[in-house]
Write a protein that binds this ligand. Structure first.
Ligand code: GDP
Ligand code: IMO
Ligand code: MG
Length: 423
């Protein structure tokens, strides 16, 4: 049985949470494969709004099993807060939530290191969510990390102490004063570890192998977006995991030839939170309008998101790197009321026009080259059928499909589960 995959094609916050929730009715297992509490996946249904950080977005459905894969990094304190926030929904986590023993743990000192690293960079800071993501993945690849399965061993606390001591020594070398009360941080950390032990900690890759053999339908849920990928994103302004399709293989133990549909999700425009290059960024009223109508504030940090017109050079690049088979377009409703819609089809560089995504988009003085399409004035948020789409909205969708050579199969016209139209 095949595994499908859903991932963001921009700088994150494309609406992955909403669509995973919508698609969950067709799947038995929803599996997160990378990232950690830097993610904020928003779901809206029946008047509820809920933001998930570590827990997969299929958790509100009665049947689906939700699995946190080995590629994810977990902060037990944030995880337990998420669990508490789900209390009103009476979810039986013993049946519905599995956690890989191979997932790595974020320690309190990983967060301190993140803060010190960012502070030391001054203006060149990445704009990290400061959840300890970078330092935790560094310890993973540096072969020093602590995994979820380790908390079941009797020597777990020794290992914790050793790594923490190492971190405190590194912290000193930064020459930056970070205010913290380790005792206080550790009190809540150890309480959360105690609580984490009671969850289903499993050999998740074997669970998924068995599930595939038994014919279960699996959807892998990505976090962040392809332009934040550690290899293919706008380095160094990226996150520390593989956010692209390959990350689902390493982050879950799914073989590449088992992946069938690759759903690539994008906004009808572009947003970015944090620092880093953004060729189509708007600093004018159009950008402000997108931010206001789209309510573009980070789901995890509350920071304002930068907004700009859609970038088809970047989108094509991400479609190719991920092998996207179907596209999902979000937030078309936010563009209602613009007379003209701009689309970036190439970049002007110092050495001429290019139509591919180059090595370093920051230092090459890239300027977007736009084409213009007529806008639409109608409000899209009440639309329930494809036939109700305004002509110019349909033209925008067709233009994108033709240029990107990939079908747009789902169009979202509002944050609610119901505001989703299949084509
Ligand atoms: P994720 O990280 O990819 O899951 O996305 P976020 O949840 O961080 O950000 C997407 C934001 O857009 C959330 O506030 C959603 O509720 C909202 N949203 C999702 N789809 C739509 C849509 O089609 N229209 C509008 N207006 N909002 C949407
Ligand atoms: P979801 O899953 C948007 C950004 C941060 C920063 C950079 C590195 O909700 O789409 P990190 O905390 O990983 O050290 O931050 O990546 N970033 C995100 N931006 N959505 C996310 O997740 C993000 N996760 C990280 O703003 O620029
Ligand atoms: Mg988000």
């Amino acid at each position: 049985m095949a595994v499908d995959l859903l991932l963001g094609l921009q700088w994150g916050d494309e609406g992955k949470g909403k669509i995973v929730d919508v698609l969950t009715t067709s799947y038995d297992i929803i599996a997160r494969f990378q990232g950690g509490p830097n993610a904020g996946h928003t779901l809206e249904f029946e008047g509820n709004k809920h933001v998930l950080h570590t827990i997969p977005s299929g958790i509100f459905h009665p049947k689906a099993v939700n699995l946190i894969g080995n590629g994810v990094v977990i902060d037990p304190v944030i995880f337990m807060k998420e669990i508490e926030a789900l209390e009103p929904y009476s979810i039986d986590f013993s049946k519905k939530l599995l956690i890989s023993k191979k997932a790595h743990l974020i320690l309190p000192t990983h967060r301190l290191l993140d803060a010190a690293s960012e502070a030391s960079k001054g203006k060149a800071k990445i704009g990290s969510t400061l959840k300890g993501i970078g330092p935790t993945y560094m310890d993973k690849t540096g072969r020093n990390g602590i995994r979820v399965g380790d908390i079941l061993a009797s020597n777990w606390e020794d290992r914790y102490r050793r790594l923490t001591l190492k971190h405190l020594n590194i912290l000193k070398s930064y020459n930056i004063s970070i205010e913290y009360d380790l005792k206080d941080l550790e009190d809540s950390y150890f309480k959360s570890i105690e609580a984490l032990r009671k969850f289903e900690l499993v050999d998740s890759e074997q669970y998924l192998i068995d599930a595939q053999e038994n014919g279960s339908k699996i959807l892998a849920e990505g976090a962040q977006g392809s332009l934040l990928d550690i290899d293919f994103g706008t380095y160094p302004f990226v996150t520390s995991s593989t956010t692209t399709a390959a990350g689902a293989c390493t982050g879950l133990g799914v073989a590449p030839n088992k992946i069938k549909e690759v759903f690539g999700i994008f906004k009808a425009y572009v947003t970015r939170v944090g620092s880093g290059p953004f060729p189509t960024e708007l600093f004018d009223n159009d950008g402000k309008k997108m931010a206001k109508v789209g309510n573009e504030f980070g789901s995890t940090t509350g920071r304002e998101r930068r907004c700009g017109w859609i970038d088809l050079v970047a989108l094509k690049y991400c479609i190719n790197i991920n092998g996207v088979t179907q596209l999902i377009m979000m937030k078309g409703d936010v563009l209602s009321g613009f007379n003209k819609i701009k689309v970036c089809t190439a970049y002007q560089t110092k050495s001429g026009r290019i139509d591919y995504f180059p090595y370093d988009i920051a230092s090459q003085g890239i300027k977007p080259i736009f084409e213009e399409l007529p806008g639409w004035q109608e409000d899209l948020t009440g639309i329930t059928d494809l036939k109700e789409f305004p002509v110019n909205f349909n033209n925008y969708i067709s233009y994108l499909e033709k240029t990107l050579k990939t079908p747009i199969k789902i169009v979202s016209v509002g944050p609610d589960r119901k505001q989703t139209i299949f084509r």
